[in-house]
Design a protein around this ligand. Structure first.
Ligand SMILES: *Cc1c(COP(=O)(O)O)cnc(C)c1O
Length: 426
């Protein structure tokens, strides 16, 4: 049975259920697998994503309290398609944006929510999930956890700090979800969340978070790497991962350590270039956050970096991973090039990955298969699409349905008493 340990202390162990429920280890470290299953990838089914997913997760969770939950959780959480769009013979886009909130974060949030829900049903516990959000995390978490028994979600976002579409996705009325529009910045929202965990007035309220520091989000994010290798029948793929907090990259590394062979993983970053710079010069320090067009990747100090360092020694990291930095200007140019060359509309995050792929191809001259993880649907970013291409993406049903949906949002100030009174009143 796989246990999890802290990145800071291999002797600090937790079961899968504990790691999922508490999020962070008691020494402030992040949970990583203490050991890895060895999975025979050739033996996995390649016809159905869900069937493959069940077998992969079974290898990870057998013997844990979740073993019997895997089947129903996969059916219920991962009930959308995972298409692979071939741009040309050597380039494929792995579309991870067909879930209800149109970003890859649906995989992690939906699966984690259901696993945690099963655990709470067994223990009779309950949890309040607090999330500060400026991008895709909030809507994925709200949607994923909505209506799960034992869980309430409180979502904080900065007033005026999210796009119209993002706001629509955040404030739609959902069972057990309360959205709070904070008079302040994203940093104020994060401070409020951190403050709530330390607020003596809130002692006894079972708070949790659900961002990508939670190992429960990373487990399902391994699945689409496996799917790409199985489906494309290629054991030598170079994966391009549009990266911010490095959760997706960490999931790719975990997949490889459990037996998936790949040629390499490429971390495609925007101007928030800490990790690519670190790969070239290990003395590089975290930077402050820079705003870009691919805003879900605007992270100056990626929290999953600590996991990558715990999972890979320096030589192995350099052998497996390389980085690339793509400016906003080149992101726009990438969207234009891909649209003109292939008629394919990529969102700005995916465009960062596509540009990194183009550059590595030029540098290496190799014909190796590149798979670009497409992390969001272009319709989430109509302003950037309009600016780059002069067109508005067609609104998918998931967004159109929100236009007439009822909403539920409360305005609060950025002081701790405001959040405390909401939480005490739940
Ligand atoms: C969150 C997000 C990313 C970055 O993923 P990490 O796991 O934080 O590196 C990239 N693209 C989109 C659209 C996202 O929402």
């Amino acid at each position: 049975m796989i246990s999890f340990c802290s990145t800071r202390d291999p002797a600090l162990l937790a079961s899968a259920g504990e790691a999922l429920e508490v999020g962070l280890a008691s020494d402030g470290g992040l949970f990583i697998p203490q050991s890895f299953p060895t999975i025979d990838v050739a033996a996995l089914p390649s016809e159905s994503f869900q069937e493959m997913a069940r077998m992969w997760l079974h290898a990870w969770l057998k013997g844990t309290e979740f073993e019997k939950d895997i089947s129903s959780v996969v059916d219920d959480a991962l009930n959308f398609s995972v298409p692979i769009y071939r741009l040309d013979e050597n380039t494929a886009v792995l579309e991870l944006f067909h879930g209800p909130t149109l970003s890859f974060k649906d995989y992690g949030a939906r699966t984690m929510a259901r696993l945690l829900g099963q655990r709470l049903a067994r223990t009779g516990g309950n949890r309040i999930i607090l999330v500060a959000t400026s991008g895709d995390t909030g809507s994925a978490v709200a949607d994923g956890f909505a209506g799960i028994d034992g869980i309430q979600v409180v979502l904080l976002y900065p007033s005026g700090g999210v796009s119209e579409i993002q706001e629509r996705q955040l404030i739609v009325e959902r069972p057990n979800v309360q959205a709070l529009r904070v008079k302040g910045s994203f940093d104020d929202c994060q401070q409020l969340v951190k403050g709530a965990f330390a607020d003596p007035a809130l002692v006894g309220i079972p708070l949790s978070t659900a961002n990508s520091i939670n190992i429960g989000r990373l487990l399902p994010q391994m699945l689409y790497y496996v799917w790409a290798v199985k489906h494309l029948q290629n054991n030598d793929i170079e994966f391009y991962v549009p990266s911010g907090n490095l959760g997706n990259m960490t999931a790719g590394v975990m997949t490889h350590l459990a037996g998936l062979s790949v040629h390499g993983l490429r971390a495609a970053h925007n101007a928030n270039d800490f990790y690519p710079a670190f790969l070239l010069d290990p003395s590089t320090a975290f930077g402050s956050t820079i705003q870009t067009l691919s805003n879900a990747m605007d992270v100056g100090a990626p929290s999953n970096f600590e996991r990558l360092q715990a999972l890979l020694n320096p030589a192995k990291m350099r052998q497996l991973i390389q980085g690339e930095v793509v400016s906003d200007q080149d992101t726009i140019a990438s969207m234009q090039r891909v649209y003109e060359q292939y008629g394919y509309l990529a969102d700005p995050h995916t465009a960062v990955g596509l540009e990194a792929s183009r550059r590595f191809r030029l540098k290496s001259g190799e014909e190796r298969l590149h798979v670009i993880l497409s992390t969001a649907h272009p319709a989430k970013f109509p302003e950037v699409c309009e600016r780059a291409l002069g067109i508005k993406p067609v609104e998918p049903a998931q967004l159109a349905a929100l236009r007439d949906a009822s909403t539920n949002v409360v305005d609060i100030g950025a002081q701790r008493e405001h959040l405390a009174s909401v939480l005490l009143g739940l």
